[in-house]
Design a protein around this ligand. Structure first.
Ligand code: URA
Length: 429
């Protein structure tokens, strides 16, 4: 029988009483939880104690390292090019990874984007790409390395071997109201990204109604914590704080967002999506030592599109096949004439989820075709009765609940002081 180094009850009591946990306590509790010796209810109590009493920077770094040590680490040191990746804390209409990964790869920087599926109102990158006929999310490590060497960019499912402690803990936090906690979010995200083995990492920390972080101060604290964790672990890390008070671009939902990403790769697309793609690409390239390149030109002249096509084909997708379209649509019109002062990201995200674009539980299927098209953005002048949103779904019985979610989403001629000129609010290095 293994003699355990600590007692879970004592570790929980220490955090409950506001004490700092030692490196040895943290290493033990994460390992014992992964092994199943620490029970779910004990980890749930500890997570709540952390939620209430916070953690010091050293504790967060130890917690992150212990979660990394619970699984395997990828190693890209054999590649002939440097690696740089991006992680978004999640938003509505956030399709940026799709044009970004091939764009960065144009400049001989490899992008190992190991992604997840969407949960709740934020969409998952893999769900979006799975609307492309034939496309495969699951690659083994040898396939990932080969694709990075040959194409330069890969977007695929993160294997279950990376930070398994986080996988277990994140599911538990989801059911115990302990998700919105900076030490736990920062260690969860960074354990996966550090285990992924990228040399450079840009964090896109979303701020606003559609994001985890509703205000700038909390977003700044999360960004600072993650940048320090990455830098402390030897990953060149920086963060952009970006606006998520309204959806990004003009589409929300899987196939709709792929269509918009293709517009960006063809040199067009909505300005906020293009600007954020370019800002993140420039930052990823800077971290990889490539600051002297014209990123916008690679969108305009088709080089990023060429890499996209290779990337999709390498994963058995057909980049030229038509994307699926919804059989049923319903239009929501502007209730008044004036300046659209607010179009709420969270409400649009929830409505799109109710149309079938997102899932409530990990194992739920998603509809490729479901989602919402925006016809106006905050700051535009609209006329009463003109189409504001088009809702898409394969299952029209979903329309009423989606329309309910949008009840307070639209504000016309309200306070315009919150309208932002730029989607990028701050950079943290
Ligand atoms: N995303 C993660 O991976 N972990 C969190 O805790 C929150 C968002």
């Amino acid at each position: 029988m293994t003699v355990e180094a600590f007692d879970a009850v004592e570790v929980i009591a220490a955090k409950r009483d506001g004490h700092r946990l030692s490196t040895a306590q943290i290493n033990w509790v994460i390992d014992a939880y992964t092994r199943g010796t620490v029970a779910d209810e004990q980890m749930a109590a500890l997570a709540m104690a952390i939620f209430i009493n916070d953690m010091e920077p050293e504790e967060i770094a130890d917690w992150t390292q212990a979660m990394i040590a619970s699984g395997q680490r990828m190693d890209f040191s054999s590649l002939s090019r440097p690696t740089s990746d991006k992680h978004s804390t999640g938003g509505v209409g956030d399709k940026i990874t799709l044009p970004l990964a091939p764009l960065v790869a144009v400049f001989d920087v490899a992008v190992p984007q190991l992604s997840g599926r969407g949960l709740g109102h934020t969409g998952g990158t893999l769900d979006k790409l799975e609307s492309i006929p034939g496309w495969r999310a699951d690659l083994d490590n040898a396939e990932i390395l080969r694709q990075l060497e040959e194409v330069g960019a890969v977007i695929c499912a993160a294997g279950s071997g990376l930070a398994p402690a986080d996988r277990k803990l994140y599911a538990l936090r989801d059911t115990t109201s302990t998700v919105e906690c900076i030490p736990l979010i920062a260690s969860s995200i960074m354990s996966k990204k550090i285990a992924e083995g990228t040399a450079g990492l840009v964090l896109d920390v979303k701020v606003g109604s559609g994001a985890f972080m509703k205000d700038l101060d909390t977003a700044r604290r999360l960004a600072r914590t993650m940048v320090d964790l990455g830098t402390g672990a030897g990953v060149r890390t920086s963060a952009l704080l970006t606006d998520m008070s309204t959806p990004l671009g003009l589409t929300v939902g899987n196939a709709l967002e792929v269509r918009e990403s293709l517009e960006v790769l063809a040199g067009g697309g909505p300005a906020d999506v293009v600007d954020l793609t370019v800002a993140l690409a420039e930052e990823m390239l800077r971290l990889a030592g490539r600051s002297d390149v014209d990123v916008r030109a690679a969108l305009a002249d088709g080089r990023a599109m060429d890499v996209w096509k290779k990337m999709i084909r390498a994963q058995h997708g057909d980049p030229d096949a038509p994307l699926p379209r919804a059989e049923h649509t319903e239009v929501v019109t502007a209730p008044a004439t004036g300046v659209l002062s607010h179009l709420d990201a969270l409400a649009v995200g929830v409505a799109s989820w109710r149309l079938g674009a997102g899932r409530a539980r990990k194992e739920d299927p998603v509809q490729s075709v479901a989602g919402i098209e925006l016809h106006s953005k905050p700051g535009d002048t609209v006329t009463a009765g003109q189409p504001l949103l088009t809702l898409h779904t394969a299952t029209p019985e979903r329309f009423p609940r989606a329309v309910d979610a949008l009840e307070d989403a639209v504000e016309i001629d309200g306070d315009t002081s919150g309208l932002r000129d730029s989607v990028v609010l701050e950079t943290i290095t």
